[in-house]
Design a protein around this ligand. Sequence first.
Ligand code: GDP
Length: 302
Amino acid sequence: TNKFKSGLSKTSASLAGAMDAVFMRSHIDEEMYEELEDVLISADVGVNTTLEIVDRLRKEVKERRIKEPAELQPLMSEILADILKGEAAHSPSMNIQDGELTIVLMVGVNGVGKTTTIGKLAHYYKQQGKKVVLAAGDTFRAGAIEQLQVWGERVEVDVIRHQAGSDPAAVIYDGIQAAKARGADILLCDTAGRLQNKVNLMQELTKVHRVIQREIPGAPHETLLVLDATTGQNALQQAKIFNDATGLSGIVLTKMDGTAKGGIAIAIRRELATPVKWIGLGEQMDDLQPFITDQFVHALFA
Ligand code: GDP
């Protein structure tokens, strides 16, 4: 869609410009490959993934006996699309339960856009005719509960909240009871994101997880990690930490509109087992898009 394309314009402009320069060289030679590596690494594609892409390119160039750098552009799109392929290649495939309450646990470090993403997801599913309830499980950060409440009012969904400082697991428990009582389809659970105290945070998440599992066997149906695309390779580190603590089913990559380094989506896809399911492309409620790899590659190169 157009939204996808315009939201990714910073990355596509910088990447396309730099790639064009590479492909305008007169020869396919070692220097060209090195230049291409630099371009991909600057776009935060990550060293391992970059080397993999460029190795694939070398191999294809040899096999197809390609001589002109200009012929490499479509080949790059092909390789990238292939590398990004996986279960979530064509749709975000959220595990939404039909006719039963779906529990979505949202995790991530403060400031990455977790609250905003919850608001956007609430809006997305409400538009699909689902009844959504929010649970204000970040009881630690000052203002987090209020901020979630504001989003709840904005998209007109109920917010289950306790006082600041109270037990997050108790909030989530109440959220589940309220969602059931109100016949909700989806409960989106906010959680704290203070990474300064990793051990406490992880214990808290474990407890929340346990409460959810006890109330609804098989839940949470989704555990989504929210990552800020502008933090680059740091985002990968956060993903590893959270994955160890709670197990993740998907990633939301926010602020993709604010970075020229959207290549991080490729690095994440490649270096983590967890698929990127959504990308954030702005601050408004409809600035959230399912991450569809073909569209992503198309937006970057076409
Ligand atoms: P939280 O601390 O993780 O809950 O983060 P917030 O939801 O409060 O978001 C932090 C800031 O990032 C806010 O100013 C949001 O408006 C902004 N933000 C969140 N998602 C996006 C996005 O996809 N694009 C842009 N440009 N800004 C975003």
